[in-house]
Design a protein. Structure first.
Length: 388
């Protein structure tokens, strides 16, 4: 029995030695396969700007500079009179292209909405509300005609909220009212969540609700939690009104009550979202919120409450961010850009594109009207050609 035990023990040791040898071979191989499976930009180290952006040549970041210049030239000829003067291209956290007017400071209109929804994400992270919090529980004046509108409805433009003073032509028209906080007894549609309507009065009332929940101006909260940590200096958030002694910032971006910023600074906001809310090791905005806010939240099959408007977010709208999803006709909004592309968008050709597949942020600000999707798609097609 003793001799058998010894032989069994020796056999077990031999097996263990063979397993250890196999592991010594398999572990490096496994690590290699994992690295090979990562996106190509994962090997690049993202540089977060300090007081200034790190600048690099396009070629050093895997981009053809000649073709990138061609993209900027196309943008100049197709998007608007401001051309590429307020254009910034960030790759791996480095500025690889900049126009000559990227420090021009002005409002960005509806791109403000993406800042407003970011405040919602922070308040949810703080446990002060949820997406399903009823707005009427915060603003009692909504109980009579909008008792079931939630924060989710506001941030997806599906609330049906209309203010006294909103203009109407035919069935529906984008107002906006100068008295957005006064509820119209006739909603745009009922029940909330049943249709889509891009409506500024709803967004301004949404900002009032967030202000009440935060118990401070949302600009103040955003500054403390996001703007200061990422180094935003040259920016401001317009005051819409003062309610109960507290400033309410514009939630929509209309009426010159919007985010006022430069292209150079806007790129920091885009880089924060590109890195899923993380900035230089600190998680400033919850990663889960970033994921939810920038994916499609409005089904393409949802009815559209304002067919006379050009702003249709069905299939392409998240929590006040636009996503490169499939429109109701089954086509992609920007076919030349990756599916994961999302962006903040405002009147006068103010855009902040975040493209995870390219590890890129592209900001183009301006004061020159509204280009069609075809123009932006053509520009992004040229950027795609520049990627080596």
């Amino acid at each position: 029995m003793r001799r058998t035990f010894c032989r069994s023990s020796q056999a077990a040791k031999a097996v263990n030695r063979r397993l250890a040898f196999l592991n010594s071979l398999l572990l490096p191989l496994t690590a290699f396969l994992v690295l090979m499976a990562l996106p190509c930009h994962a090997a690049e180290t993202t540089v977060f700007p300090g007081a200034k952006w790190a600048e690099a040549t396009p070629e050093s970041q895997g981009v053809d500079g000649v073709k990138l210049n061609e993209a900027a030239e196309l943008l100049t000829s197709t998007v608007g009179a401001d051309g590429a003067r307020e254009l910034v291209v960030i790759r791996h956290g480095r500025m690889i292209w900049k126009g000559d007017n990227i420090d021009k400071r002005h409002g960005v209109w509806s791109a403000t909405k993406s800042f407003t929804s970011t405040v919602l994400g922070l308040l949810i992270a703080d446990g002060k509300c949820t997406l399903d919090t009823r707005a009427a529980d915060v603003l009692p004046e909504l109980k009579a005609h909008y008792p079931d509108v939630t924060l989710r409805h506001f941030t997806t433009m599906t609330s049906g909220y209309r203010a006294v003073g909103d203009e109407t032509i035919g069935s529906y028209k984008h107002g906006p009212s100068t008295t957005p906080f006064v509820p119209n007894p006739q909603p745009l549609f009922t029940p909330p969540g049943s249709q889509y309507a891009y409506w500024d009065s709803a967004m301004n009332t949404f900002a009032l609700v967030l202000t009440k929940i935060a118990d401070e101006p949302i600009e103040q909260l955003f500054k403390r939690r996001v703007a200061d940590p990422i180094g935003l200096k040259n920016w401001d958030w317009g005051d819409y009104a003062t309610v109960d002694g507290v400033i309410v910032n514009g939630g929509s971006g209309n009426g010159d009550k919007h985010i006022v910023i430069t292209a150079r600074e806007m790129a920091r906001f885009g880089l924060l979202f590109l890195n899923r809310g993380r900035w230089n090791g600190a998680q400033l905005v919850p990663e889960l919120w970033i994921a939810d806010a920038t994916r499609v939240q409005v089904p393409a099959t949802m009815p559209w409450a304002q067919p006379e408007s050009e702003i249709d977010g069905r299939g392409v709208y998240g929590f006040n961010w636009w996503r490169n999803g499939l429109k109701p006709d089954g086509t992609r909004k920007l076919p030349s850009a990756p599916e994961g592309t999302f962006w903040a968008s405002g009147h006068n050709n103010n855009k902040c594109f975040v493209i995870p597949e390219w590890d890129m942020v592209i900001v183009r600000l301006g004061l020159d009207g509204k280009a069609k999707d075809e123009a932006w798609n053509g520009f992004l097609a040229k950027v795609a050609e520049s990627l080596k």
